[in-house]
Design a protein around this ligand. Structure first.
Ligand SMILES: Nc1nc2c(c(=O)[nH]1)N[C@H]1C(S)=C(S)[C@@H](COP(=O)(O)OP(=O)(O)OC[C@H]3O[C@@H](n4cnc5c(=O)[nH]c(N)nc54)[C@H](O)[C@@H]3O)O[C@H]1N2
Ligand SMILES: Nc1nc2c(c(=O)[nH]1)N[C@H]1C(S)=C(S)[C@@H](COP(=O)(O)OP(=O)(O)OC[C@H]3O[C@@H](n4cnc5c(=O)[nH]c(N)nc54)[C@H](O)[C@@H]3O)O[C@H]1N2
Ligand code: SF4
Ligand SMILES: [Mo]
Length: 732
């Protein structure tokens, strides 16, 4: 489909254009952060820190007027934000002023999940927790306590729990997010894509986005680089069942049948190999098993892929030619949230292989080699040695898992195998929304002797806790240093900008006090986190006082492409790019990805797809009044033809009912030509049912509630979640 017929296929609505405008419409500041005035409580102060509305860690300048938080802008010295925040980052002010914040520690009064509490002092809360922890340790061992966390704020609590003897730490960013991608790339190149992704978007001449919905997904640097690439005339190819904002910028839009991307990628590789369009020299030098790979993909022609994907053979060929034309500056983006169908590692590996054919790994406009500063860790005493292996992956049933599998811990908590899990610490992750199948999460919780949740608002997971600890938000605290792997080396600092309004405390303080209660004080030789930061920075030869003023310390630029002198190394077993993987073959998996048809839904059902809104992060921003002012409930995208047939129009309310009879809250219809007729789409994170979240309560519907089924990726334990189907129930 060329540009014109694409436009005929889908009309771009006014809302697409206004939403797309957010791509460029972010404020820029010219202030010199080095000239910050002294720390008086009156007048205007500008304090650098970094954002935590998502995990990108953009450098921020906070404006504080008469001691009150006024506004947030990007720190121009910061390589991640380059002086611009995304709308969520700017709206971070709303998190500080959120009236629904947790205000003091709480202990459960009645049954779990009833959301009835007694407010207690911090000391009482720590006494309760420490006692339960010692009981669990003496009965089952310290390994029977697990911690779930997301983000840098979990570092100190992890330290306390490691000192206690725990070895089970997991984040949803692996098995519910980027895990399959990182494993697929590691199996191929020996290294993963990491975060921030090492994708050289701004220099790419041809950018392929497979369901990676930049512009709705607002990861700042990537969105800025995407705008730059568009301005420089890069050819954009978007593959998505839904005409996303990114699709509105594309030269080629491929409205693929959900779940069939691997067929398309195999067909692209088939064209590129058969027509000798690959980077021959690169593959001769760096490739392993190319001939076997070539034989394996020989049947996957565009004609074969057409009935699977719904994408015409000519369009498959033309897009393959487009990619080959710009190689090696063609970037087939690996995506980020890739836990879709349960075969996600193999799909991600196919994306890695396509990039390898185009010679883009290590090359300008493809994948650069990230660099970072050298900063010593704090010299703590060594941790006690756990006596049991980690609980999430017994007998390495997920042989290629490179991080802990959240759902593996949940499974062990339910079954008691390979050993019982009796305590959970949950830091900054709303497991009820982040893990598929909330019933399983609740069943696991019912087996616990202790559930501690550290959060800033009364999230759903906090509602199930025995003890809830209220944290100061990111603008009110120090955190560990951010020593980032990126295009250029830098260190950034999070520091308090304003005071916490009530009895909230920062994570480092919570972690340290808990360690003291557990008689683990030797693990906290520092008095205050400033001592800790000062120690690490001076050990690396950097100045803490200077960092407080600038927010950023940069290192010298280093070569980041093979051509510019990066030593070429592929830490795979063969030392080369593995077109054919002997380690996969040995473990009983396909050494070259093979296509399998996705399972269809029952007749009359639509596949449930989900994604991001530009102004929200997951389930964490629906109490932020500033962000809710811009988008305060999600909608269900239904193909216009289907909506007409059902007698529905935009603005009507419906409920979604999944294949297992789970019914959602009511949700507004968005009838649109911008989605295929076989699926519907909603923004993740809405439909809160914690009664304590008064403002967000029942606004919109929750994808997580409907995601009852999931398919586990056998290579690494990730949960494919695009495998649920819904019907549309008229609201009464
Ligand atoms: N159904 C469904 N599931 C998904 C996804 C999806 O799109 N749909 N996305 C997946 C992806 S890609 C990811 S990365 C994960 C994300 O999963 P999570 O990171 O768990 O995301 P949230 O649901 O926003 O939960 C974050 C929690 O941290 C709390 N919080 C916010 N700031 C702070 C703070 O400063 N301190 C503390 N202590 N707590 C804080 C919030 O109030 C909220 O309860 O979810 C995954 N799961
Ligand atoms: N505003 C905002 N930005 C964010 C976040 C946020 O919460 N808010 N979270 C951040 C995080 S941690 C992550 S992981 C990323 C997630 O963002 P991404 O990695 O970009 O995306 P996904 O959520 O996997 O995918 C959503 C897109 O995939 C399409 N899709 C669904 N099924 C298929 C399919 O079978 N094939 C194809 N080709 N496409 C399909 C959907 O229509 C949708 O456009 O966003 C990051 N950026
Ligand atoms: S991308 Fe936006 S929300 Fe995420 S850290 Fe950057 S400014 Fe904050
Ligand atoms: Mo994610």
């Amino acid at each position: 489909m060329d540009n014109i017929s694409r436009r005929k296929f889908l009309k771009i609505s006014a809302t697409t254009i206004s939403a797309a405008a957010t791509l460029g419409a972010v404020g820029k500041i010219t202030a010199d952060v080095n000239k910050i005035s002294g720390n008086t409580t009156k007048g205007l102060r500008k304090i650098p820190t970094f954002c935590d509305i998502c995990f990108w860690k953009c450098g921020v300048i906070a404006y504080v007027k008469d001691g009150k938080l006024w506004k947030l802008e990007g720190n121009p010295l910061d390589p991640l934000s380059r002086g611009r925040l995304c709308p969520r980052g700017t709206g971070g002010v709303g998190s500080h002023y959120d009236p629904d914040r947790l205000k003091s520690p709480l202990i459960r009064k009645n049954n779990r999940g009833k959301e009835e509490w007694v407010a207690v002092t911090w000391d009482e809360a720590f006494d309760y927790i420490a006692q339960k922890m010692q009981d669990i340790k003496s009965k089952y061992g310290a390994e029977s306590i697990a911690m779930f966390s997301h983000g840098i704020g979990g570092n100190f609590l992890k330290h306390t729990l490691k000192a206690f003897g725990t070895n089970n730490f997991a984040a949803p960013s692996f098995a519910q997010c980027r895990g399959p991608r990182d494993v697929g790339f590691k199996l191929t190149f020996g290294e993963d894509v990491s975060s921030p992704e090492r994708t050289d978007i701004k220099n790419s001449k041809c950018l392929v986005l497979i369901g990676y919905h930049l512009g709705e997904n607002m990861h700042n640097s990537q969105v800025q680089e995407f705008s730059e690439a568009i301005k420089k005339g890069a050819s954009i190819i978007v593959v998505d069942p839904r005409f996303s904002i990114a699709a509105s910028k594309a030269k080629y839009y491929l409205p693929i049948k959900p779940g069939t991307d691997l067929a398309l990628i195999l067909a692209w590789m088939n064209v590129i190999v058969n027509e000798n369009l690959y980077d021959r020299e690169y593959i001769e030098k760096y490739g392993f098993g190319f001939e076997q790979f070539k034989a394996e993909i020989s049947n996957y022609t565009p004609e074969w892929a057409y009935p699977e994907t719904g994408i015409e053979p000519d369009l498959i060929r033309n897009t393959a030619y487009e990619m080959a034309k710009y190689k090696p500056a063609t970037l087939v983006h690996p995506g980020r949230h890739v836990t879709w169908y349960g075969d996600d590692t193999q799909r991600s590996r196919a994306i890695a292989l396509l990039n390898a054919l185009l010679g883009s790994w290590g090359r300008k406009g493809g994948f650069y080699t990230p660099v970072s500063m050298d900063l010593p860790d704090y010299p703590y005493p060594s941790y006690p040695k756990p006596t049991k292996p980690k609980v999430d992956n017994p007998d390495l049933k997920y042989p290629f898992a490179i991080e802990t599998v959240t759902n593996g811990i949940r499974e062990a908590t339910i079954s008691g195998n390979p050993y019982p899990v009796k305590g959970w610490f949950v830091y900054a992750t709303n497991l009820i929304h982040a893990l598929p199948n909330e019933d399983e999460t609740i069943r696991a919780i019912q087996n616990l002797d202790l559930l501690v949740v550290i959060d800033v608002i009364p999230s759903e997971i906090a509602g199930w806790a025995d003890v809830v600890l209220p944290e100061s938000i990111y603008l009110e605290r120090y955190d560990d240093l951010n020593v980032e792997w990126f295009r250029e080396p830098f260190i950034s600092l999070r520091q308090p900008v304003v005071d916490s309004p009530n009895d909230q405390k920062p994570n480092w303080w919570i972690a340290k006090k808990l360690a003291e209660k557990l008689e683990l004080s030797e693990f906290y030789p520092w008095e205050n986190i400033e001592d800790y930061l000062e120690y690490r920075l001076s050990a690396g030869g950097y100045d803490f006082e200077e960092l407080k003023k600038t927010g950023i310390i940069k290192g010298s630029p280093q070569p980041i492409y093979f051509e510019t002198g990066v030593p070429i190394e592929f830490p795979t077993p063969s030392g080369k790019i593995e077109f054919y993987s002997l380690q996969l073959a040995k473990a009983g998996f396909d050494p070259v990805p093979k296509y399998k048809k996705p399972e269809e839904g029952p007749p009359g059902y639509f596949r449930l797809l989900y994604g991001r809104a530009p102004v929200h992060s997951f389930s964490r921003t629906q109490t932020n009044r500033i962000l809710m002012d811009m988008y305060n409930e999600n909608e269900v995208w239904i193909n216009k033809f289907i909506a007409d047939r059902l007698g529905l129009k935009s603005g009507d309310y419906v409920k979604l009912k999944n294949q297992d009879g789970v019914v959602s809250n009511k949700i507004k219809v968005k009838a649109t030509e911008r989605i295929r007729p076989d699926c519907v789409y909603i923004v993740h994170g809405f439909g809160h049912n914690s009664k304590m979240l008064k403002f967000a309560y029942k606004k919109g519907a929750s994808d997580s509630q409907l995601i009852k089924r999931y398919v586990i990726d056998p290579l690494m334990g990730g949960t494919g979640m695009n495998v649920n189907f819904v019907t549309i129930e008229m609201e009464v």
